[in-house]
Design a protein around this ligand. Structure first.
Ligand SMILES: Cc1ncc(COP(=O)(O)O)c(C=O)c1O
Length: 389
């Protein structure tokens, strides 16, 4: 039995009739760009995200870019962000003509360390792009307090965290804008690319609407330089079907994560994702940290692969060390927590249709790996799958 990292075929089988009906409805409507399906989906998403507006875009990357432009971020501005994210986070900043300024991460969450933001602020700082990595929300009330003290715009990168909450409030609803990705493997995935900006600010919503449609409010009349970045009607129709299941799917991810954590507690030299009572992690990825560095992490990944279990490393190279950002002048050792994380993180299979027996197989395989390591044979404490409590 192979266990993939994620498996969309099972999800699509379970809702196939509804998906086919939504696709047929769109075909018959003759409306393929924006239109009623996108408008309805935007309203449903605004309600889901607890915001007053939602504006569809062609991808999560574009949503971030358009939201930053709508917030007035531009040439010469500096934007604080996490070095431990997908490059789309920083691409959106540089596409505006601004410079990303990396703030090291918290080792427990892999999210930006809010204690370190102050030291990165300069006269040119205009914004912050916090990333809720893996589906885990960061402390947005605290971050917004800091932003307001320094008059900074904030755009939340919620690409991996749709549905996550901090004290009951949805991510994306705290800041000037929140950006979502509907990349197929996200918690709400389209059958292709898609993204969205959610906001409580009507001016930002309006600016994003204009920017996504060639800088135009009225067709063929162009007020500002814009882009072609719209959500397809077909994707919106499919996403509307899936949205109806999203809460159930997120709950199932939470249950699977709890099973992983229960079975892996005390196994080997790994750290488990740090959940909090007062927040909801949506586990787009269930990511452990393998102590001992990249060789150990990679050896564990190989051990799992040999047993048919897929894993992934999000991300193997911190953004500040990427060649594309060489001109920013960062060097190794400057952001040590992010650099350690790149060598230790390992994401395990996670999708709502994953069976509990499959999670057990993964955790057994991990325990088996550590049993082969002489230094860990004595290290199986209560709570581990070898000594279940
Ligand atoms: C943290 C993060 N930001 C931004 C994006 C960009 O989203 P998209 O792939 O929809 O452009 C992604 C997804 O791939 C992501 O994981």
């Amino acid at each position: 039995m192979r266990i993939p990292l994620t498996d969309l075929t099972l999800q699509h089988q379970s809702i196939r009739e509804d998906l086919e009906a939504a696709i047929a409805r769109t075909l018959e409507s003759g409306s393929f760009i924006l239109g009623p399906e996108v408008e309805a989906f935007e309203q449903e998403m605004a309600a889901f995200c607890q915001t007053s507006h939602a504006v569809g875009a062609a991808s999560g990357t574009d949503a971030l870019h358009l939201a930053l432009l709508a917030c007035g971020i531009g040439d010469g501005d500096e934007v604080l962000t996490s070095p431990f994210s997908f490059i789309a986070t920083t691409e959106s900043i540089t596409k505006c003509g601004a410079t990303p300024v990396f703030v090291d991460i918290d080792p427990n969450t892999c999210n930006m360390d809010l204690d370190l933001m102050q030291q990165s602020v300069t006269k040119a700082t205009r914004g912050i792009v916090p990333v809720h990595l893996y589906g885990q929300p960061l402390d947005m009330p605290r971050l917004m307090g800091f932003a307001s003290a320094h008059s900074l715009k904030v755009v939340e990168d919620c690409a991996q965290s749709l549905g996550a909450t901090w004290m009951g409030k949805k991510v994306g609803s705290f800041a000037d804008a929140g950006c979502l990705s509907f990349f197929p493997s996200k918690v709400l995935g389209a059958l292709g690319d898609g993204g969205m900006v959610v906001t409580n600010d009507p001016d930002i919503a309006e600016r994003v609407r204009i920017l996504r449609s060639h800088g135009s409010k009225t067709r063929y009349y162009h007020d500002i330089p814009g882009f072609n970045s719209r959500l397809d009607s077909l994707q919106a129709a499919v996403l509307r079907v899936k949205l109806q299941h999203l809460d159930t799917w997120i709950s199932r991810r939470g249950a699977l994560a709890a099973t992983y954590s229960r079975l892996l507690r005390g196994v080997g030299a790994i750290s488990l994702p740090a959940g909090r009572e007062d927040s909801r992690h949506v586990y787009n990825y269930y990511t452990i940290r393998v102590r001992g560095g990249a060789n150990t992490r990679n050896a564990l990944a190989t051990h799992l692969k040999e047993r048919g279990i897929a894993t992934a490393v999000y991300y193997p190279k911190s953004l500040h060390l990427q060649p594309v950002y060489a001109a920013l002048g960062y060097s190794r050792g400057q952001l040590p927590v992010s650099e350690a994380a790149q060598d230790e993180v390992l994401s395990l299979p996670m999708y709502p249709e994953l069976a509990t027996a499959q999670v057990e197989k993964v955790t057994h395989a991990i325990a088996g790996y550590y049993l082969q390591q002489p230094s860990h044979r004595q290290d199986q404490r209560p709570g581990s799958i070898l000594n279940p409590d």
